[in-house]
Design a protein around this ligand. Structure first.
Ligand code: MLT
Length: 281
C-alpha cells in the first residue's frame, strides 16, 4: 500500500477508506459519469476487472468490496442488504461524488441495488440489474442458507466454493475457461468465513421487491446469461417486464456470471446503455 493509502493496481486506484461506520476497499478508476459496480456473493470487486478496464476509458468506475469481502472490513452477525446499500451511499459521499450514479449489481449486488433504489432513489441516474432476483428467499431457501452459515463457520469456504462453482458458470465455461473458474474459486477460498456468514444471514432475510418494481421509473437495463440457472431468463424477463423503462438483454454462452463469461457481450450492452443514459435518451 502506498503511504498515502492509495495503491495503483489494474490501472486504477485501489484504496481503503472509511465509509460511515466501516472501512471499505474500493477501486476508483476513470473520470466522468459515475458508474458503481456491486459484486456478487461470495466474491469481490475483481469480478468486474474486464468492465472496470473497459468502462473507465469513458466513465468513472467505482467498484467496492462489500462489507465482509475482499479487502473490506468484516463485520459479524448479519450484514443486511440495507446495510450494504447504506455502505454504498456512505462510500459515494466519501468519494465526493455529488451527481447521481449509475448503479450496477450482479446477484447479491442486485439485491443491494434494489435496496439502494428504495432508500436513495434521488441519488440514482440509472440501474443495471444483472443475474439477480426480486423475490425474497422462500422459507426453505432461507433455512438452507442458515445451514450453510454453520458449515462455513465450521469447515471454511472451500466446500461452499465446490458447491457453488458448478452452478455459477455455464457448462461451456466450466469446460473451456478453467482459468476464470479457478480465479473465482481463489476469491471464494480467500473470503473470510465470518463475512460470508454475515452476508448469508442478510440474504436469507432480504425484502421481496416484486411488487415494488413497477415503481422504478429510472432507465434500467436487465441482463441475464442464457444458461443462468440461479436467476433464470424467465425470472429476469419478468423483472424487466415489471419495470417501465427497462431494456432486457440475454447474453449467449453465459451462466450466472455474465461479466466474466461473456465480457465482450456484457461490455457492449452496458456501454451502449450508458451512452444512451449519458445523452439523456
Ligand atoms: C450471488 O451470485 O451473489 C448469489 O448467487 C446470490 C444468492 O446466493 O442469492
Amino acid at each position: 500500500m502506498h503511504p498515502s493509502g492509495h495503491q495503483q493496481s489494474e490501472g486504477g486506484s485501489i484504496r481503503r477508506l472509511r465509509a460511515g461506520e466501516i472501512e471499505l476497499q474500493v477501486l476508483d478508476r476513470g473520470a466522468g459519469m459515475p458508474v458503481v459496480l456491486i459484486h456478487g456473493f461470495p466474491l469481490d470487486h475483481s469480478m468486474w476487472d474486464a468492465q472496470s478496464a473497459h468502462l473507465s476509458t469513458r466513465w468513472r468506475v467505482v467498484a467496492p468490496d462489500m462489507r465482509g469481502f475482499g479487502g473490506s472490513q468484516v463485520t459479524g452477525g448479519t450484514a443486511t442488504m440495507e446495510q450494504m446499500a447504506d455502505d454504498v451511499a456512505a462510500l459515494v459521499e466519501m468519494l465526493a461524488i455529488d451527481e447521481p450514479i449509475v448503479l450496477c449489481g450482479l446477484s447479491m449486488g442486485g439485491y443491494v441495488a434494489l435496496e439502494f433504489w428504495r432508500k436513495y432513489a434521488g441519488r440514482l441516474r440509472a440501474l443495471v440489474l444483472c443475474d439477480t432476483r426480486a423475490a425474497a428467499d422462500t422459507p426453505e431457501a432461507a433455512a438452507g442458507r442458515l445451514e450453510t452459515v454453520e458449515r462455513v463457520l465450521r469447515d471454511g469456504t472451500e466446500p461452499l466454493a465446490d458447491a457453488m462453482l458448478p452452478k455459477l458458470f455455464a457448462p461451456a465455461t466450466l469446460e473451456n475457461d478453467p482459468h476464470t473458474v479457478a480465479t473465482e474459486r481463489k476469491t471464494m477460498l480467500a473470503a473470510d468465513p465470518e463475512g460470508v456468514a454475515a452476508a448469508l444471514r442478510g440474504m436469507a432475510g432480504r425484502r421481496d421487491f416484486r411488487d415494488q418494481l413497477a415503481k422504478i421509473s429510472l432507465p434500467t437495463m436487465v441482463i441475464v446469461g442464457e444458461n443462468d440457472t440461479i436467476s433464470t431468463v424467465d425470472e429476469m424477463r419478468s423483472i424487466a417486464g415489471a419495470i417501465a423503462a427497462a431494456e432486457f438483454v440475454i447474453l449467449p454462452g453465459a451462466g450466472h456470471m455474465t461479466p466474466l463469461e461473456n465480457p465482450t457481450g456484457f461490455n457492449e450492452a452496458i456501454e451502449q446503455f450508458l451512452t444512451r443514459v449519458e445523452r439523456g435518451g
